[in-house]
Design a protein around this ligand. Structure first.
Ligand code: FES
Ligand code: MG
Length: 576
């Protein structure tokens, strides 16, 4: 029997239940909020952190969905309080919401710490929201449940099923190649994204919410439920019930976020053919939970996990709704029990084994059997070599196979704007064999590693039918993107990584089988170039950008802030 917490053992009791003036004031102010004493005193206080905003189409339904979470919390005998927190909208926030992931993580951590909170429900899903919320919560270690925002409905246009992001890039290339006109593009505008919810491809959002489910911090089956399905309401209510139980049993997030859980999340991301962004985010999330996860873990696990989910863009055909009805994550995990740690706890069960009991796959086309995988190895490969001493990644299953072993001359762009301005310039002499190199787009250089990594191809090559080329950068790439794009090159060019030293015409070899990325320039010449290299000027002279630049770590260690990633104690907020 797990001992159950008594009301006076609750963290919130110190705010509400003692004899002093401060408790009196907190009770009086809760009367001001309109609550009776018997509605909340002695009950677990559950903070619902909601990333809803009018500007975030992926989370626009969460304002209403929080009501279902509250319902669950009340039913279980808790006291729900909703906290609006900042929203990270992948589409609208510039230069990239990645710049603000750590800011939301900080907000999450400090808010949970400073208020009378016994447990937390985190609501998000658009790309960086998931890691941000979980990173912050992990640093506080309260009982916590994550409510994934859920994928939007599949897109439709002229009888075709469209994937958000993925088909946008595809049709934009078609427009540049002169294959579709303005009329078609105007129709596409209304067809690509047709309901609230995050991208319904296996982009970063679906990958990270699946990782959260694999970690065990969502209720079972939560991550693939379409945002507007009634099941999403029921899942949210279940999350409310679950968190109150966790508070009573005193199960903090650290009991769930173990090394085994992170290994299973890596296995999941790779087996889903998920987004490369997950590499950075999982390393950062693990760091907050005191687990040292490295690129080598991804490389090692990738060699053991087949890609079983045929969901675009890693797969060819399906979208998240198909994945959901094929069995969702429980179905997927039921195909790989031998690759998982089944004896670890989740928020709902004492063991993952119990949680997966009865889980099965209903459509072998969407979640493939082991003997018919989409790819025999995990979808992301970790590369090493003199161009990326601290590593780089490539989502090789979303690239044209002929490019996975390729040598070509570099065409170098110093920054994104120059690349945008000049990519179509015939005088650059770009051929289908060229290797496009973009620098100045890393954690400090971007700043925030914008998703520039899928560099556009020159129009004259698009018109010849070329649809993929080797591209290398210190940027990230959208999880809905595709192509032979080498990403997250570390160390980045902005701090003098070898990428800063590449010149037009240098030969570069990508060999995914060998897991190498090689610049064919000898060490002596590289050293000569290095002595002539000068660091680029600081981009932010004040404000958050300055703090970011001073604190951000490189891609291979998760891009957390140094002062947040480090272990150490924080004074009890109620002690003073
Ligand atoms: Fe929000 Fe794609 S834009 S998940
Ligand atoms: Mg994205």
């Amino acid at each position: 029997m797990v001992p159950v917490k008594r009301p006076e053992e609750l963290r919130s009791h110190r705010w509400y239940g003692t004899d002093g003036l401060r408790s009196f004031s907190h009770r009086a102010r809760t009367r001001q909020l309109g609550y009776l004493p018997e509605e909340h005193l002695g009950k677990p206080v559950v903070a619902i952190l909601n990333t809803w905003s009018d500007i975030n189409p992926c989370h626009v339904h969460l304002r209403e969905r929080a009501q279902a979470v509250k319902r669950g919390v009340w039913q279980a005998g808790g006291f729900p309080l909703e906290f609006p927190v900042s929203t990270l909208s992948e589409t609208f926030q510039k230069p990239t919401p990645m710049l603000y992931r750590n800011l939301l993580a900080m907000e999450t951590e400090e808010l949970l710490r400073s208020y009378p909170v016994d447990g937390a429900v985190l609501m998000g899903g658009c790309d960086k929201s998931t890691p941000a919320l979980l990173m912050g919560a992990a640093s506080v270690d309260l009982p916590t449940v994550f409510v994934p925002a859920g994928p939007m409905l599949p897109g439709h246009w002229r009888g075709e099923v469209l994937g958000s992001g993925t088909d946008m890039w595809k049709y934009w290339d078609d427009k540049r190649a002169g294959l579709v006109g303005d009329c078609e593009m105007a129709e596409l505008e209304s067809g690509l994204a047709r309901s609230p919810g995050h991208c319904m491809t296996m982009g970063t959002a679906s990958t990270l919410t699946a990782a959260a489910e694999a970690l065990g911090v969502t209720v079972p089956g939560a991550s693939s439920i379409p945002a507007v399905d009634s099941g999403h309401d029921r899942m949210a209510a279940r999350a409310g019930l679950t968190v109150v139980e966790l508070v009573r049993k005193d199960r903090g997030l650290s009991t769930i976020l173990t090394r085994e859980a992170f290994e299973d999340a890596v296995t999941t991301v790779l087996g889903l053919g998920g987004s490369t962004n997950a590499v950075i985010h999982l390393i950062a999330m693990a760091g907050r939970a005191g687990v040292r996860l490295t690129l080598d873990d991804f490389d090692r696990i990738a060699r053991t996990v087949p890609v079983l989910a045929d969901v675009r863009p890693g797969g060819q055909r399906h979208l998240m709704e198909d994945f959901h009805f094929a069995g969702g994550l429980p179905g997927f995990l039921s195909r790989i029990p031998d690759l998982l740690h089944l004896d670890r706890p989740t928020v709902s069960y004492d063991t993952l084994r119990e949680q997966l009991r009865g889980a099965r796959v209903h459509d072998d086309d969407v979640i493939r059997p082991r003997d018919n995988p989409v790819a025999s190895e995990g979808g992301v490969a970790v590369l090493r070599g003199n161009l990326c001493p601290d590593g780089a990644v490539i989502k090789h299953i979303a690239a044209e196979p002929r490019l996975l072993r390729h040598t070509g001359p570099a065409v170098v762009f110093d920054d994104y704007r120059t690349m945008q301005r000049t990519i179509d310039d015939p005088s650059l002499g770009i051929t289908a064999d060229s290797v496009l190199v973009l620098r100045g787009a890393g954690p400090k250089g971007g700043p925030g590693m914008p998703e520039y990594g899928m560099l556009p191809l020159p129009a004259h090559l698009l018109k010849q039918g070329v649809r993929d080329m080797v591209r290398i950068s210190d940027a990230r790439m959208s999880g809905t993107s595709y192509g032979a794009c080498v990403l997250h090159v570390a160390p980045e060019s902005h701090i003098g990584g070898p990428l800063a030293l590449v010149r037009d015409g240098d030969l570069i070899t990508l060999d995914v089988d060998a897991r190498t990325l090689r610049l064919h320039v000898d060490d002596a010449e590289l050293e000569r170039r290095r002595t002539r290299w000068t660091p680029p000027p600081v981009r932010h002279e004040r404000g958050y950008g300055l703090l970011y630049n001073a604190q951000i770590t490189q891609a291979d260690t998760g891009c957390d802030f140094e002062f947040l990633a480090r272990p150490g104690t924080v004074p009890d907020p109620y002690a003073g």
